[in-house]
Design a protein around this ligand. Structure first.
Ligand SMILES: Cc1cc2nc3c(=O)[nH]c(=O)nc-3n(C[C@H](O)[C@H](O)[C@H](O)COP(=O)(O)OP(=O)(O)OC[C@H]3O[C@@H](n4cnc5c(N)ncnc54)[C@H](O)[C@@H]3O)c2cc1C
Ligand SMILES: Cc1cc2nc3c(=O)[nH]c(=O)nc-3n(C[C@H](O)[C@H](O)[C@H](O)COP(=O)(O)O)c2cc1C
Length: 631
């Protein structure tokens, strides 16, 4: 009989880091279960043509955009889709797929679903049914990962005991041991550094420090280029909602400090937020770290084949404090469960150790959720609650949630505002079940910036292509953007108004929604001006501006209601080749709006709702139906 390989390969595709965390957990548990050879790799590290050489592969993949695969999976996926691959190409492969997604999105976990189907079509055999992690689950994706992993280990133990000899060791907390952290921190004592060296670093521009920090971060793949494309400064910070209204939505304007900002309407600006300096100091003090020592961070030598391989080790040393403030989210995001497990090894007080072990166990998952995620407990707060724990900095670098960039749909046209970029941002804040006030990191930081301060803050930013391509002037448009979803459409309308001065342009119907006419009617004067006289939203131009005030009357009125009222005009514009763009909250709006569009198409065209849904899918295939949604 052919000898069975004992190698387990875990491949992950991640856009913002969660699938990497999940894949690492899969690798860790497999090692605990006695798997003799485990490798966890980003999917772009495997040549897809070598997939038939593998016997068992676990895929952990997230969905991004609107049902899109992560960037790192594109080459792999293109290879898998080749027509010349036979339905037996992967017949020797056993696989399992775990997806990370958010059921608030219409194309829920599409990457995992598509990958599972394609692998099976190519002859690979599923070990177990695919698992689907959901951000909407109270425990996030881990809510589905826990039971899925247990089934996977049981199945492997039964069918391939050489791969996973001991399921019980995975479940038994007393069998857990702590290996080394996977990264290494090298300290460059400032005393030993040449004075001119030091001066040079002190004079380094923020750009170089940010680039070094991002290149050394274990989560460095979050940044498109490690070096920020732009360092922006804020020139306008204007509240758009009434001051006495609980919702705070701002209009921000930025200029680049040196270079020209290159973007198109529909693009997205990614911003790396700053953390509260007092919280960073508190973290450094709590962990007994020297803020002024110079460090470099690299993958431990034994990790050369692992997920940490891509950390650049040849970067310049930077101050520990800079590294923490630029890459480690110590005062906003909640740590993951593994953070509690590692903490338990360093707790010297017995009751703290027990509590941490409980939190890290499957039985403690619900209580951990109540304590940690639901209360949005931060790393600094967790460390304060367990004072006996002193974790080595290596572990903190590996496990503190990475400081992530935030995306914002650009709300200005570059032709109308050369070298400026505008954003329309809802300032996030909420109260937890234990009545703790929490604030969104990036939005509240931006809201607190003062554009009139002489030595303003430099904001690291990157421009990326979003899901909304810039429409040519000849394309009729149906835009639906309630709340801050109006942001990209302010840019579209500005741009078309400018084009309209010199050539003929096609009409735009814009549907906007807010709570009350008097409190959160964002950019009211702009829309109303464009809806009058010769404006691009005016009836004279074949356009229209329709606003739904949800709370100005006893019954709720949303954009969908306004769309139904304009059913004939929508269908007429669609018949003349219009494209549909939807932007805003991912919670329910895109699904409700899409369903309304199907109803309109069905009624106006005399077809069934199923045929109308097919009609919309064809519109999407033709590149005329786009959604940009965020939670
Ligand atoms: C492509 C794209 C475009 C976007 N465009 C815009 C835009 O134009 N305008 C805009 O305002 N935003 C936009 N966003 C959202 C934006 O990126 C941020 O997610 C948002 O500003 C919050 O970031 P933050 O750092 O302030 O909050 P964070 O610190 O990231 O906190 C937000 C998190 O806090 C939690 N949370 C928030 N409210 C509650 C609550 N009530 N109860 C419990 N938990 C809660 C949730 O986990 C939420 O994910 C866009 C997102 C994407 C992906
Ligand atoms: C911009 C954006 C778009 C998303 N689009 C989808 C989607 O279309 N379908 C889905 O199921 N989940 C979607 N999600 C949810 C992510 O898949 C989920 O947050 C996941 O945990 C991210 O994993 P990652 O960090 O490994 O990329 C989206 C998340 C973001 C931030």
């Amino acid at each position: 009989m052919e000898e069975k390989s004992s190698h387990l390969l875990v491949l992950y595709a991640s856009q913002t880091g969660n699938a990497m965390d999940a894949a690492e957990r899969v690798g860790r548990e497999a090692e605990r279960g006695g798997c003799p050879s485990v490798q966890v790799l980003p999917i772009d590290r495997l040549d897809a043509s070598c997939l038939p050489d593998q016997e068992i592969v676990i895929f952990v993949v997230s969905t991004t955009g609107q049902g899109d695969i992560p960037d790192s999976m594109k080459v792999f996926w293109r290879f898998l889709l080749q027509r010349n691959l036979s339905n037996q190409w992967l017949e020797g492969l056993h696989y399992a797929v775990f997806g990370l997604g958010d059921s608030g999105y219409q194309k829920y976990n599409f990457t995992a679903k598509k990958l599972d189907k394609r692998l099976s079509d190519l002859g690979a055999k599923p070990l177990i049914e695919k698992g689907l992690g959901d951000d909407q689950h109270p425990s996030g994706y881990e809510g589905a990962l826990d039971p899925w992993l247990l089934s996977l280990w049981k199945m492997l133990n039964t069918v391939h005991p050489n791969i996973l000899p001991r399921v019980s060791d995975i479940m038994d907390p007393s069998k857990r041991s702590l290996d080394h952290a996977k990264i290494e921190v090298i300290y460059h004592s400032s005393d030993k550094m040449q004075p001119d060296h030091l001066t040079a670093y002190d004079l380094e521009s923020s750009e170089v420090v940010i680039e070094s920090a991002c290149s050394m971060s274990p989560a460095q793949f979050h940044y498109h280029d490690k070096k920020p494309q732009y360092l922006l400064h804020m020139i306008t910070n204007q509240r758009l909602t009434n001051v006495d209204h609980s919702r705070d939505v701002r209009h921000f304007e930025f200029e680049a400090s040196s270079n020209v900002i290159d973007y198109q309407v529909g693009d997205v600006l990614e911003i790396l937020p700053s953390q509260n300096p007092a919280a960073v100091d508190a973290f450094i003090q709590r962990c007994n770290l020297d803020p002024n020592c110079y460090i470099t961070v690299k993958a431990r030598d034994t990790e050369k084949q692992s997920v940490y391989k891509s950390i650049k080790s040849l970067v310049r040393p930077i101050k520990l404090k800079n590294f923490v403030e630029l890459t480690m989210d110590v005062a906003s995001a909640s740590p993951r469960r593994y953070f509690f497990e590692v903490m338990s090894f360093y707790a010297t007080a017995e009751y703290e150790k027990e509590r941490l072990q409980y939190f890290a166990s499957p039985e403690g998952m619900d209580d951990l959720y109540q304590y940690n995620q639901r209360e949005r407990r931060t790393v600094v707060e967790v460390l304060e609650d367990f004072p006996s724990v002193q974790m080595p900095f290596e572990w903190l670098v590996q496990l503190v949630p990475p400081l992530k960039t935030r995306a914002f749909s650009i709300s200005s046209s570059p032709s109308v505002h050369p070298n400026q970029v505008h954003l329309t941002v809802s300032i996030v804040s909420w109260t937890t079940p234990f009545k703790r006030k929490r604030h969104g990191l990036c939005s509240s930081w931006l809201a607190g910036l003062d554009p009139f301060k002489r030595r303003g803050v430099h904001i690291p930013a990157w421009v990326t292509r979003g899901s909304l391509p810039p429409p040519p002037p000849s394309l009729p448009l149906i835009l639906i953007g309630p709340g801050t979803g109006c942001a990209p459409f302010r840019a579209f309308v500005e741009e078309r108004a400018l084009q309209n001065l010199t050539r003929s342009t096609s009409p735009i119907l814009f549907f906007f929604g807010c709570r009350n006419q008097s409190v959160d009617f964002l950019y009211k004067n702009f829309w109303l001006a464009q809806a009058q006289d010769d404006g691009v939203l005016s009836a004279d131009k074949g356009g229209g501006f329709f606003v739904a005030f949800s709370r100005d009357q006893p019954q709720k009125i949303y954009v969908q209601h306004k769309m139904k009222e304009e059913s004939k005009r929508i269908w007429s514009l669609l018949s003349s080749g219009a494209a549909i763009y939807i932007a805003g909250s991912s919670t329910k709006m895109p699904a409700d709006v899409t369903s309304t569009l199907e109803e309109i198409i069905a009624v106006e065209n005399g077809m069934s709702k199923e045929s109308a849904a097919r009609w919309l899918r064809l519109l999407e295939k033709a590149g005329k139906f786009f959604i940009e949604a965020w939670s």
